[in-house]
Design a protein around this ligand. Sequence first.
Ligand SMILES: C[S@@+](CC[C@H](N)C(=O)[O-])C[C@H]1O[C@@H](n2cnc3c(N)ncnc32)[C@H](O)[C@@H]1O
Length: 404
Amino acid sequence: MRLHRNLCFAVIDGLTLIFNEGKYADKVIQQLLKRDKRWGSRDRGFVAETVYDIVRWKRLYAEIAEVKEPYDRDNLWRMFAVWATLKGITLPDWKYFENTPTRKIKGRFDELSKVRKLRESIPDWIDEVGVKELGEAKWTKEIAMQNEKADVILRTNTLKITKEKLQNILADDGIETEFIKGYDAALKLVERANVFVTDAFKKGYFEVQDASSQLVADFLDVAPGMKVVDTCAGAGGKTLHIASLMENKGQIVAMDIYESKLKKLKVRARRNGAHNIDLKVIDSTKPIKKLYNKADRVLIDAPCSGLGVLRRNPDAKWKLEPEFLDNIRVTQQEVLQQYSRMVKEGGKLVYATCSVLPSENQDQVKAFLKSEGGTNFELVKDKKILAHQQGYDGFYMALMERKA
Ligand SMILES: C[S@@+](CC[C@H](N)C(=O)[O-])C[C@H]1O[C@@H](n2cnc3c(N)ncnc32)[C@H](O)[C@@H]1O
C-alpha cells in the first residue's frame, strides 16, 4: 500500500479532534469524508478505517510510540508510524517519519502484547470490570473479539421487499451478500461497501443493523394489530424492525428523552414506509402515566455502557467513565420500574442492552423481579450474547410476562 499525503493529513486532523477535543469518531469521520470531492471509495475507506484503527489501538500505539496525552501533531505522526509499521506498510521519506525505529516498534509490540490491557488497548478500569463480571477466561476472549472489525449486516425491510429480492438487487449493484442462519431478515456483506448510496437504501429496502440487534424485535413476540411501546426508541433501529413485523397494522408508540433522535426516526420511518409509529418525547412522567396498563408489548432498549458494541464504537473505550457506568445502572433499574407499568395484564416486556456486563443485564432483571414493581411479572426466557461466542455484537435480552 502506498501512503498519500493528503489522506494521511486528514487522518491526523481527525485524530486531533477525537483525542484532544473529545469529538465523536463517527461524526469526525463523516466530516472528514466531505473534505475532498475527488476522493474515490478507496481513499474514503482508507481515511475512515485508519482513523478507527488508531482510535481502537490508541493505548497500545501510544505506549509503543512512547507518547503521552494530550498528543501534539508530532505525537500523532509517531502513532501513525506505529500503525503503518505494524501493518507492514513501507514508510515514505516524509519528514514525519524520519528516524522511525521500525525494529524497535515491532519489538515493543511483542513485549507489550503480553499484558492484556495493553494488547487489547483498554483502560485499566474497563479491564478490571470485565474480569470481575465475566471472569478472566471469558473476558480475555470477549475483549479480543470486541477489537475485531465488525461485519456489515443489513436488515431487510419486509414491508417493502423480500430478502431474496433484495439480495438480487444489491448483486446487480455489485454488492454480494449472504444469508445468516437463524437471523430471518439479515444479509451479511461479503465485502465492505458504502450501501447508503444505493438505490435500494434510498427506497427503504433495508437498514444497517447488527445481527444480534435484529434478535430483539423477534424476542418481543409482536403481531399485527397490537399496541406496542418502544420506550427508549432513539433513532429507531428496533422500532422500524417492529413495524415491519407488525405489517403496518396496530400502533407503535416510540418514545425517547431526546427529540433530536426521534426526528431521525421520523425520517427513517418515512423511507421505510412504516405508517403506524407515533412519536412521543418523554419530557415529564405524563406521557408514560397515560399508557399505564395499556400496552400488549413494551420494549425497554435501555441506555447502557455499550460494552457489547466496541467493534462499532471503539472510541467508547476512551469516553466511558466508571461514574457513568454507576449512574447508568441506576437509570436501568428506574426505567424498568417505571416503564414496566405500561404493560397490560397478560402482556409482555423485553428488557435489552448492548452490554455484556451481568450487572447491566441479568442482575437488573433479577432485582426488578424481586422488587414490588416486578411481583406481577415472570421471566419467560433470556439471551446473553457474547461477541466471541456468536460472532456478532454483545447483547442481552430478557422476555417477561405480566400475569393475568
Ligand atoms: C440503546 S439506545 C436505543 C437504541 C434504539 N432503540 C435503536 O434500536 O436504535 C438507548 C436510548 O435510550 C434513551 N434514553 C436514555 N434515558 C432514557 C429514559 N430515562 N427514558 C427513555 N429513554 C431514555 C437514549 O436517548 C437512547 O436513545
